[in-house]
Design a protein around this ligand. Structure first.
Ligand code: ATP
Ligand code: MG
Length: 735
């Protein structure tokens, strides 16, 4: 994400093919000009891989060597694809397809379905997890939410590794996967899931690739048609290609060799879905004549950030690590990464929000700041803290900006105003373009000040504000531009899916942040249990978590804030410790001498910024124990229950049912999924401990300050056997 200045939003298009090569270093130039034969770029984060391939395509197109419509560029996420289309357009190479494997396959499948299968293509299932739940119900297997998610992941893994249900058990064992349930049960669920899909005439995300592969494999005429359209292939983030995607790529390619792949084995973070860096690392073996280029100069990050990234890599193990490349920063020095320990998660989120406010006050645009976390569930605390601090943020990727309903409606309104121009009384007195746009969008809900709080209203406002800013930048870049010109620009961008920069802090998971960059990055929740995540057990899984942190660190251009908290909720047991991956790299890891300061509600917060030092591990804190049998608890769900899952429960079943009914009503009212109100585990814990007052209720894991304020009275009423008194109707938008 680049800063939203006029020059970056509307840069000058290079006036020749050679001009495209300016701004590339010699190795990148080698990539850009190697237009024939197989090319493989192995390079670390921020070394300009994506830049090199984008320029390569643009150079080829501008030099007349590549037909734009014959090039297919494949990137990992829709967001990255959108970013690439934007960059290509800026280099004067519009018309090149930049897509994810999935969207490219979907398009081909839709097109060829009538010919290959007949009729129209089945609908894509939108909630796979529901279908898995239905399969479980059909098999009479009870799965809790976590298991449901894990079983779904197993089914996805099976499909991308092309494992059929009957082969699941041996294949999972061979791959060293820790099955969330008995493998035979998973195989059965997988098989019933497939049947259900067939019965309901739907296909899932993975089927799109599987079916495209099948069509291209079986139908030579169709394969030939696809091959005559696409002749040159470029793949970004190739280290995370799954066997199924690789198969599709081979089918697209046929006997030809115009393939350019770029990747960084140290950023392999999708192994859990069956992806493997082997395709990248063995490229030379499969394509003996390949041009292989290595890039080592890191253009993205300061030496301080790069030092930490290299430090993380130095501790890595495994095949990917054997191919690590030490990064050399090309940038001016910047601040040392800051490490901060907090008492609990809400305090950690408030701390981040406070710092962000200061950064914004010192002139850093919100769009240049990101908060990255390990699991999407962490997002809510940060959304809340940012909303409380009045800081704009965006959750969604930029990819589908033009598909958002509010953006579509706004475009229609702008088009209408452009068409009627002077006849529109709304615009009678308004002459300059930005004011015209503001006037039109006011009718769509845009206001000069953002609405209070977070939620859907706020997201809609952010979209409109992005259009207002785009109009301002557009007018500044093109003197005399009219509303009609702007509408044409929007159309062109919508076709190219080139979204304007939304002026908000980005909240994203580490997985979805790959390939992106910001001036300031907050890596939050960097504690054991989160990073590595509890369910990472094998050495390979732990290594993947380390790489995930490496990806996070290398997203930062200048400033990096690393933080963790000692407990999840206020008043909770402070039994967490900072991530082992920081051992020897963060200053506090020197043992007893220098622990990072704890920032509590009333405490003082100090980030540690001194040089890293080698250190022994810090002592473990008191472990959580089962309150029935006393066993040490490690599973997050069990910790929440405060007992082993199979230890006898003294739960008040009636209360549990009443709590669930109450939760359903709350969820319905606020339009959230039920687990956002309280998870099953939290409700069980409440029904087991039957708290008498707020203090007791607050002690239950999963009941934070905010939930206490919001639901405390009603939950306590239920616990006391009373009907909850409905609070005055409260809109959820500012939740
Ligand atoms: P990642 O592994 O994270 O995907 P990458 O290798 O794809 O990173 P890019 O995103 O292409 O790296 O580049 C990182 C940053 O460095 C971008 O801001 C890019 O514009 C800049 N950059 C790359 N090469 C150069 C160069 N030769 N001169 C100036 N800036 C460069
Ligand atoms: Mg990249």
């Amino acid at each position: 994400m680049t800063a939203a200045t006029h020059s970056t939003l509307f840069p000058r298009v290079p006036d020749s093919a050679d001009a495209v090569l300016e701004g590339l270093d010699p190795e990148q130039r080698e990539v850009a000009t190697a237009l024939r034969g197989p090319v493989c770029v192995l390079a670390g984060a921020g070394t300009g891989k994506t830049r090199a391939i984008t320029h390569r395509i643009a150079y080829g197109v501008r030099a007349g060597i590549l037909q734009p419509s014959s090039v297919l560029a494949v990137t990992f996420t829709n967001r990255a694809a959108g970013e690439m289309r934007g960059r290509l357009r800026q280099l004067g190479a519009a018309g090149v397809q930049a897509r994810t494997f999935h969207s490219a396959a979907l398009r081909q499948l839709q097109y060829f379905w009538p010919k290959a299968v007949g009729g129209s293509m089945p609908r894509l299932v939108d909630r796979k997890i529901q279908l898995v739940a239905d399969a479980a119900a059909a098999c009479r297997i009870r799965l809790d939410r976590g298991e449901l998610r894990d079983v779904t992941a197993e089914i996805e893994w099976s499909k991308v590794t092309q494992t059929v249900p009957a082969d699941y058990a041996p294949a999972a064992a061979k791959a060293g996967r820790e099955s969330p349930r008995d493998p035979a049960e998973i195989a059965q669920l997988y098989s019933v899931y497939e049947d259900l899909k067939r019965d309901r005439s739907v296909i899932d995300f993975e089927d799109v690739l599987l079916l495209t592969v099948a069509v291209l494999q079986d139908r030579h005429d169709i394969a030939e048609q696809v091959r005559s359209q696409y002749q040159h292939f470029v793949v970004d983030e190739y280290q995370d290609v799954s066997p199924l995607q690789q198969r599709l790529l081979e089918l697209w390619l046929g006997e030809r060799d115009s393939l350019c792949v770029v990747g960084d084995a140290s950023q392999t973070i999708y192994s859990f879905t069956g992806a493997t860096p082997d395709h990248l690392l063995d490229f030379r073996t499969r394509h003996p004549g390949a041009t292989v280029v290595k890039l080592v100069r890191d253009y993205r990050s300061t030496p301080q950030v790069v030092h930490l990234a290299n430090g993380l890599l130095a501790q890595a193990r495994g095949r990917a690590a054997d191919h690590r490349l030490e990064l050399i920063s090309q940038r001016e020095p910047g601040p040392e990464p800051a490490y901060t320990e907090y008492t609990d998660e809400p305090v950690e989120a408030e701390g981040a929000a406070r710092r962000i406010r200061e950064l914004m006050e010192s002139g850093v645009p919100a769009s240049e700041i990101a908060i990255l976390f390990r699991t999407n569930a962490q997002s809510e605390t940060y959304e809340q803290a940012l909303a409380d601090a009045g800081i704009p943020y965006q959750l969604r990727g930029a990819e589908r900006f033009f598909d958002r309903p509010e953006v579509r409606k706004a475009s229609v309104a702008l088009r209408g105003a452009a068409r009627f121009g002077g006849n529109d009384s709304l615009l009678d007195d308004v002459v300059d373009l930005p004011s015209q746009v503001r006037a039109v969008l006011s009718g769509e809900g845009w206001t000069a000040q953002p609405p209070a709080g977070s939620g859907a209203v706020r997201e809609r406002w952010e979209s409109l504000a992005a259009l207002v800013n785009l109009a301002r930048d557009f007018a500044a870049a093109r003197a005399g531009a009219t509303l009609g010109d702007l509408v044409a620009e929007l159309d062109e961008r919508a076709n190219a899916q080139h979204a304007p920069t939304v002026q908000g802090v980005t909240l994203a998971s580490l997985h979805s942040a790959k390939g992106l960059e910001w001036d300031v990055v907050f890596l939050v929740g960097v504690a054991e249990g989160m990073m590595p995540i509890t369910y990472a057990k094998t050495d390979e899984q732990i290594e993947e978590e380390r790489r995930l942190l490496y990806v996070g660190v290398t997203r930062a251009r200048e400033r990096l804030y690393v933080s963790w908290s000692l407990s999840r909720s206020p008043g909770g047991r402070p039994n967490r410790r900072p991530s082992r991956f920081l051992d020897g790299l963060r200053p506090g890891s020197t043992g007893t001498a220098g622990r990072a300061a704890v920032a509590g509600a009333g405490g003082v917060e100090r980030g540690f910024t001194s040089a890293p030092a080698a250190a022994p591990r810090r002592k473990q804190r008191t472990p959580a124990r089962c309150r029935v049998c006393g066993r040490t608890l490690t599973d997050a769900g069990e910790m929440k229950l405060m007992r082993c899952e199979d230890c006898p429960s003294d739960m008040d079943e009636g209360l549990y049912e009443r709590l669930r009914e109450w939760r359903a009503v709350q969820a319905e009212r606020s339009g959230q999924p039920a687990f956002c109100v309280f998870t099953d585990k939290t409700l069980m814990a409440i029904a087991e401990s039957v708290p008498d007052d707020e203090r007791e209720l607050a002690r239950i894991p999963g009941v934070g300050m905010r939930k206490l304020n919001r639901y405390g009275t009603e939950v306590l009423a239920l616990c006391a056997g009373r009907e909850p008194v409905e609070e005055a109707e409260e809109e959820d938008e500012d939740d």
